[in-house]
Ligand binder design. Structure first.
Ligand code: GLU
Length: 484
């Protein structure tokens, strides 16, 4: 059975690239009727951030990437948190010491620093040559030591990666990495092998930064007599052709995009396409469709550039297809922060905005007109295209009030009507009577109601939004401002 895993370090942040790794591992497992496992790689306790595991779990949950085994839910291959598996690693490290595939190293920080200062690029195997007896004595004396992997001095290693094909590495380019640190904790270089094997991982899907160190891991699999997993290394997501999308850009995290008003699945859908080609033109895909179409063959060998504009476009498709209720519920927090306590029909505002926002945070800008009336600028009546003037507004304002008043429907029901026919007819007749174009009258009317050059919808929509009484109050106020 196919078993894949996502193995993040708890850094307090789920990078969009990490989310994509998780997604591909999840899709591949689901497509093949397998299991997707979450494993927390917390052996570097300096990097650990409180609450970081919860952040990862909650982010995966929001993204719809549900793991079958892992922290909290458990499973047959636990524990799924590496710091709880310390004894397991030590047991296998012991086995490697016995077979000569690893050795104890007592070198001090000072010695290592000096070695590097003299130009060494890797550890010089100094402690490999200590006698068994000396090693035992020094351990008995309580000297601190690490356990290093014993990499062959010469030769090459070739293995197959599903994306990159055959990968060959010269042993002389590999270092005798530390497997177990002096505090008894394993490094990634060791723990990933032990855990992938013991957890029955069949396909190892991870970042390309591990492509060239995989031969070291293969040596460990071989030394322990274990079968290697299938390797699938993924190219990074780039900010531009030169730079990876990084945390330093300030917005490379899944939660950052949620805060910006992207919908979780729109993000997932977009990043699925960053590095994988579905081989058809349909880019908008549900999780079920992604699962159905996902294939290792579609993974790209080249890296892809993150394009927020495209993600906005994809997001807008999902926003448009939300139910009115869902959109309104999602918009409410934005109204509460930016435009609370306005005397408007908020539900109707959502109706007006739904087709006009790409991401939910656009609401701030699209609804900015709500604050415009308080700083009314009569110069807005001047419109070059329509050839309207402030004087024209002055001349029309009484008729605008009358037209609004002619809308007989009960004030509270306006937003429910598809059309305010009384108002529309009155404005049309007004244009005719004055020998003006309808567009001129409509411009003046809408400006008079809102004081904003851009509004989601025209005068009719604004009257529905404010209600008749408020619309009349505004128009009378403008009349005073115009001195009409
Ligand atoms: N903990 C590693 C990381 O966060 C995981 C690498 C892997 O998937 O093997 O980069």
């Amino acid at each position: 059975m196919v078993r894949t895993r996502f193995a993040p370090s708890p850094t307090g942040y789920l990078h969009i690239g990490g989310l994509r790794t998780a997604l591909y591992a999840y899709l591949f497992a689901k497509k093949n009727g397998g299991k997707f496992i979450l494993r927390i790689e917390d052996t570097d306790q300096n990097r650990e951030v409180a609450g970081a595991v919860d952040i990862i779990i909650s982010a995966l949950d929001k993204a719809g990437i549900h793991y079958d085994e892992g922290p909290i839910v458990g499973g047959d291959y636990g524990p799924y948190v590496q710091s709880e598996r310390k004894e397991i690693y030590l047991k296998y490290a012991q086995q490697l010491l016995e077979s000569g595939d690893a050795y104890c190293c007592f070198c001090s920080k000072e010695r290592l620093a000096e070695m590097h200062e003299k130009g060494a690029t890797k550890y010089d195997k100094h402690c490999l040559h200590l006698s068994k007896q000396e090693v035992q004595e020094r351990i008995a004396r309580g000297e601190p030591y690490v356990i290093r992997q014993n990499i062959p001095k010469s030769g090459t290693h070739t293995y197959h990666d599903e994306v990159f094909g055959d990968v060959t590495v010269d042993y002389k380019d590999l270092e005798d990495n530390i497997l177990i640190k002096s505090d008894g904790m394993p490094t990634y270089n060791f723990a990933n092998v032990i855990d992938d094997h013991l957890m029955g991982i069949t396909h190892c899907i991870r970042g390309v930064e591990y492509l060239m160190s995989t031969p070291k891991y293969n040596l460990l699999y071989d030394a322990l007599g274990w079968e290697r997993p299938v390797y699938i290394h993924l190219q990074p997501i780039m900010r531009d052709s030169q730079h990876k999308l990084s945390k330093r850009d300030g917005d490379a995290g899944f939660e950052d995009f949620l805060r910006k008003g992207f919908l979780p699945h729109a993000i997932v859908n977009y990043i699925a396409l960053l590095g994988w080609n579905p081989k058809d033109n349909n880019e908008k895909m549900s999780m079920a469709e992604l699962t159905d179409k996902f294939s290792i063959e579609g993974l790209q060998k080249s890296s892809s550039i993150f394009d927020e504009t495209k993600m906005r476009w994809l997001n807008s498709l999902y926003v448009k297809e939300m139910s009115a209720e869902d959109f309104h519920a999602a918009a409410l927090p934005y109204y509460n922060v930016y435009y609370p306590n306005k005397d408007i029909d908020y539900k109707y505002l959502s109706e007006l905005l739904q087709s006009r926002v790409e991401v939910l945070s656009d609401i701030k800008e699209r609804a900015a007109f709500l604050n415009a009336f308080d700083n009314f600028d009569i110069e807005l009546f001047v419109n070059k295209k329509w050839k309207t003037t402030v004087d024209m507004a002055r001349e029309l304002i009484d008729d605008c009030i009358a037209a609004t008043d002619s809308e007989n429907t009960d004030n509270t029901d306006l937003a429910l009507l598809t059309e305010l026919s009384g108002l529309n007819t009155a404005l049309e007749q007004l244009a005719e009577r004055k020998g003006l174009k309808k567009g001129q009258v409509l411009w003046i009317y809408r400006i008079a109601l809102t004081g904003a050059a851009a509004t989601p919808g025209g005068g009719e929509e604004m009257v529905k939004l404010f209600g008749k009484a408020e619309a009349l109050r505004r128009l009378n106020e403008v009349k005073k401002i115009l001195g009409a």
